[in-house]
Design a protein around this ligand. Structure first.
Ligand code: NAD
Length: 296
């Protein structure tokens, strides 16, 4: 088992790094937050004094950070200290341009790299069932796969540099739009006198079906595990949904793609988050739609 450095031990990074420890990897970790470093140490991660220290001697380096600027700042430092032949993987959700710039930093030092954002949330991170969407060379993908398999159940090679982030923003743009459409349908059904369960029974097996209905139904009842049954506690927070939708719009603007549904979903989540609901699960937007808060 190779040695892995893990930088960014937050809500996602810590449980991912702990799964690497469980799989038998030696893991060196670093986070700016003292609380994150303490939790990592208690979980058997060898806590380093800095990001640069953590990558010394590592075969694989993984970053799990808030945004593109954090990733580029860390990668600029660590490419100088990584050992020859090391593979750098960024699993944060960031903009495609920053992901490509990170690949460029690695390539300039002769290092392999992957962008490998994840789907599955903190539950998937803890359970080791994440989906990884990978962008990079076939060689980098092959060398990164064993470490990713310790943290996920589905590892997909999407294409070259940035392709993983491209897949992530496209998937989450669909998710944001289908969640809004699903919420609108449940609100409309209620006003038409239709029972939630009846609509679920039809839609979940008909052409309107999507993950937003079958796995994450935004009304209490039909799907017992959905956040609607738990006061809309996340789950997947609306603020994170908005982050990903904004990335999708940035990506669309960059290549001149026309995404009016994505733009509409982004606008609705902007208003929902501005109302102070950023910490609520993203399916909680149904309350605002049913209250007519978005009229006009
Ligand atoms: P988080 O804020 O809990 O963790 C980020 C960590 O990075 C923090 O502990 C912070 O201290 C650390 N950090 C920031 N700058 C650093 C630096 N320069 N050096 C070292 N550590 C630094 O965020 P999270 O929920 O773990 O999300 C991480 C990434 O995963 C984000 O890009 C997010 O969009 C993505 N993501 C999150 C989820 C989710 O459900 N939380 C799901 C999929 C993807």
């Amino acid at each position: 088992m190779g040695t892995v450095a893990f930088i960014g031990l937050g809500n996602m990074g810590l449980p991912m790094a702990l799964n690497l420890v469980r799989a038998g990897h030696g893991v060196a970790g670093f986070d700016l937050s003292p609380a994150a470093r303490q939790a990592a140490g208690e979980g058997g991660i060898c806590v380093a004094a800095s990001a640069v220290e953590s990558v010394r001697g590592a075969d694989v380096v993984i970053t799990m950070l808030p945004a593109g600027r954090h990733v580029l700042a860390v990668w600029e430092e660590i490419v100088e200290a990584a050992q020859p032949g090391a593979l750098l993987i960024d699993s944060s959700t960031i903009d495609v341009d920053s992901a490509r710039a990170a690949h460029g930093l690695a390539a300039a030092k002769g290092l392999h790299s992957l962008d490998a954002p994840v789907s599955g949330g903190t539950g998937g991170a803890s359970a080791g069932t994440l989906t990884f969407m990978c962008g990079g060379s076939a060689e980098a993908y092959a060398s990164g796969k064993p470490a990713l398999e310790a943290m996920g159940k589905r590892i997909v090679h999407c294409g070259g540099a940035g392709a993983g982030q491209a897949a992530k923003v496209c998937n989450n743009m669909i998710l944001g739009a289908t969640m809004v459409a699903t919420c609108e349908a449940f609100v409309l059904a209620e006003k038409l006198g239709l029972d939630h369960q009846a609509l679920f029974d039809v839609v979940s097996t008909s052409s309107g079906q999507s993950w937003s209905t079958t796995s994450y139904c935004p009304v209490p009842g039909p799907v017992p595990t959905s956040p609607a049954n738990n006061g809309y506690k996340p789950g997947f927070a609306a603020a994170l949904m908005l982050k990903d939708l904004l990335l999708s719009q940035e990506a669309a603007a960059g290549v001149g793609a026309v995404t009016p549904m994505g733009a509409a979903a982004t606008g609705l989540y902007q208003r929902f988050v501005a109302e102070g609901s950023g910490e609520m699960d993203f399916s909680g937007i149904i309350a605002f739609l049913s209250e007519g808060a978005f009229e006009g």
